[in-house]
Write a protein that binds this ligand. Structure first.
Ligand code: SF4
Length: 217
């Protein structure tokens, strides 16, 4: 007979037990509801597969970056990797296109780390996203921002939702008033860590520089 004294039934509860890793992976693969968390939403991830606008970019990310544990963001928003690099470059403006909550978090952390300059943001709603107005808003914002007295380049970053929705940053003008316009897609579902996000920005800027060198003076 047990000598344990109890006063209620709170000790009689079901204990949630873990599962072997394979079961977790397979359950996650079947999750089409998007309820697993905003940053790892299978719904959002699958949306891009059917999207023809940015599908080639996302296929390249899938080929370049390992999947498995890295198939989901490994830390806070991976886009912070490219954002913080952009914010450290002189005469470079940074504009984000994404959900307001994502931009809030990214700008908060940027300033926590002493960005000392503004993070540009082009907001959207369901209508501007599906009608293509968001792309026009981004184009208008870079035209407004492209002041050669202040900037040499403007980096526009598509976060998860605009990337999955196929907002085509590659259709932005290459330069406005001598200010280079560089668009990159850095979705958390295709770019696993800050390191790869930095690579994407560095690669885009190097590609731009190579084209300028090849074009000659
Ligand atoms: S952009 Fe994507 S990865 Fe970054 S905070 Fe938003 S949902 Fe998460």
């Amino acid at each position: 007979m047990s000598k344990e004294v109890t006063y209620d039934t709170t000790d009689q509860v079901d204990v949630i037990k873990g599962h072997p890793a394979e079961e977790v992976v397979s359950a996650s693969a079947n999750d089409q509801t998007g309820t697993a968390g905003a940053c790892v939403s299978e719904e959002l991830k699958n949306a891009n597969l059917a999207n023809s606008e940015n599908a080639d970019i996302l296929e390249k990310y899938a080929a370049d970056y390992p999947v498995g544990p890295h198939d989901k963001p490994q830390s806070m928003c991976p886009a912070f990797g490219s954002l913080r690099v952009g914010l450290r470059m002189r005469r470079v403006a940074t504009v984000l296109s994404g959900s307001a909550c994502c931009v809030y978090g990214l700008s908060f952390v940027s300033h926590f780390y002493g960005a000392r300059r503004s993070v540009g943001y082009v907001p959207f709603d369901s209508e501007s996203l599906v009608t293509g107005k968001l792309f026009e808003d981004i184009r208008d914002s870079v035209h407004d921002l492209a002041d050669p007295d202040q900037y040499d380049a403007i980096v526009v970053t598509n976060l998860c939702v605009p990337t999955a929705s196929g907002v085509p940053l590659r259709l932005l003008p290459n330069e406005i008033n001598g200010v280079r316009i560089i668009g990159i897609d850095v979705p958390g579902f295709g770019v696993p860590t800050h390191a790869e996000a930095k690579d994407i920005l560095a690669g885009a800027m190097l590609n731009f520089a190579r084209q300028e060198v090849e074009a000659g003076p």
